[in-house]
Design a protein around this ligand. Sequence first.
Ligand SMILES: NC(=O)c1ccc[n+]([C@@H]2O[C@H](COP(=O)([O-])OP(=O)(O)OC[C@H]3O[C@@H](n4cnc5c(N)ncnc54)[C@H](OP(=O)(O)O)[C@@H]3O)[C@@H](O)[C@H]2O)c1
Length: 252
Amino acid sequence: MKVLILGGTSEASALASALTERSIPALFSYAGRVSAPKPQPLPTRVGGFGGVEGLAAFLADNRITHLVDATHPFAERMSRNAVSAAQRSGIRVIALTRPPWEPMAGDRWERVASVDAAVSALAGPPQRVLLAIGRMHLADFAAQPQHHYLLRLVDRPEAPPPLPHHRVTIDRGPFTLDSDLALLREHGVERLVCKNSGGDGAVSKLTAARQLGLPVVMIERPALPPRQEVHSAAAVLDWLGHNSDPDADLGV
Ligand SMILES: NC(=O)c1ccc[n+]([C@@H]2O[C@H](COP(=O)([O-])OP(=O)(O)OC[C@H]3O[C@@H](n4cnc5c(N)ncnc54)[C@H](OP(=O)(O)O)[C@@H]3O)[C@@H](O)[C@H]2O)c1
């Protein structure tokens, strides 16, 4: 058995630790998007594979028997490629994801299907908007240049995004309710835009928005091809045929 973990999330890191503790042979893969990715206890490679073909070749060259797609729920291309390459290579694949967030009483969510739809939802008079969507689609919001955008990013962007009024705050989380309440108050935020990433590390902004009565434009997850999907490292261990120790900290 040899496992390849497609990473870039806290779930992937938790799984890497769990496999290491059980001496299950595995490799870890990062896309290489952030300047200082978290070190992993497994042999780690960085960078794209070169599409489905490249990933299929990597799986064969490294004799991978099990592929775990633990990328972010919005890493759509990688997740599609994982399903296709595993099919082509005849190996098993599973997705390790976080359940999406669901609205609670007091939430004022506008749920939209895509970044484009989020941009359209911002039509209207100028507001102070927290844009917590990462850095890939910031330029799309130039179509609504009237707003003042507060951008929360992991790394400082190499070039300023083309948004006439914006400010950048650098923080990779995990975030707390107190710090998110302070951030929203300090910047007078009137509306939030975020992706439905799920998980605990970034949920505090939603709790803070609820407490302050602020509306949220929630970008829902992209649809992916049918695949087996689980929400814990323990479930991946079961899939691998290794019993998980119920007392172990698996980041569940
Ligand atoms: N999208 C988000 O909101 C978000 C948020 C937090 C973390 N992340 C993490 O950031 C990374 C990139 O996300 P993305 O949205 O840019 O992905 P994406 O659009 O689905 O992927 C674009 C390309 O990046 C390469 N890639 C992505 N993940 C990789 C991995 N773990 N190992 C090796 N290559 C990878 C692949 O290149 P090739 O086709 O050349 O193989 C893929 O086709 C992922 O690891 C993801 O977990 C994403």
